[in-house]
Write a protein that binds this ligand. Sequence first.
Ligand code: OSB
Ligand code: MG
Length: 368
Amino acid sequence: MKIKRVSIRRLQMRMKEPFETSFGREEDKDFLLVRVETDQVEGYGECTASLEPLYSEETTTTAWHMLTSLFVPTILHHEVSHPNEIRTRLQHFRRNHMAKAALETAIWDAFAKELGISLTQTLGGEKTEIDVGISVGIQASELHLLQKIEGYLAQGFKRIKVKIRPGWDIEILRAIRKEFPDISLMADANSAYCLQDVEHLAHLDEFGLTMIEQPLAYDDIIDHATLQTRLRTPICLDESIHSIEDARKAIAIGACKVINVKIGRLGGLTEAKELQALCAQSGIPVWCGGMLEAGVGRLTNIALTSLQGFVLPGDTAPSARYFDEDIIDPPVSFVKPGVLSVPSGPGIGARVMEDRVDACTVEHVELK
Ligand code: OSB
Ligand code: MG
């Protein structure tokens, strides 16, 4: 297979509501959509970098630069016999994983479509349905939060994750547990604490959380290992894990008991799939995280989650949780409460609505 043309678009999509975490607020979705063309098919990949470098150092603009100036020219018109090769081809360029993943996932989609099979099947995924949870942002008040959670539980979400930060942590978790004593509950701090907060964080052990995600610095592994010795609540790493090597080291020193797998953060599906295999061998459960993706990224997450190693519900909620109208048809929706079906059509398994994509496009380039 040869990629003979690549289109990169910058899209802006209205979100139903802002999403607030300890690092900031995302009002609207600003992201890149990559389309690769072969002689036979088109493949799509979504970039999870956002407008500002708050979750990681990448942004929509840095990803645009990396893709158009370096990554696409490296792949264009060269023979690709399997999408597994893309990681190696781009390896000499340091990091910029979200930009790499956008191109790599588009190539996986095209590869599956050329074979006439689903992306899931191409990856070796076996599940036909997946359970999902929801990530709930910081709200205006405790009452708002409790009402939101009640609504999400009524929709059937299999676990609730709440964003926490100093001043929005112990009290709100206590309130949630009082209302909903038995739900599967976890917290995500997005690096809002440091090791000196250990006494404070130890209070989280009262609430029977399934895990606490990324309590300490975004680039730390060592302090998390120290913290884990002081907490009963399992630590899950998100921001700190960029590769299989990072995971190997984190597991070796006991820095986490769970890992959140994000395709963008890891640089693509090849690394994500192998990371899942390593974690399965090491007895570390994994789940698929989310980056408020539009439809293409959402479907790519679903395909990955269909691998047996994804044993915990992920953050891949239905399209309607984020957008009035998605860019894919059909949108991602529940087949039964809290459950998504894994598409079986070719590639990501839904049609990308080009007219809708056009309407959201603010910048476009074609590379041939
Ligand atoms: O830390 O998992 C995170 C959203 C943006 C950036 C980082 C994170 C998140 C989420 C939302 O938690 C997950 C989703 O609903 O896509
Ligand atoms: Mg997280």
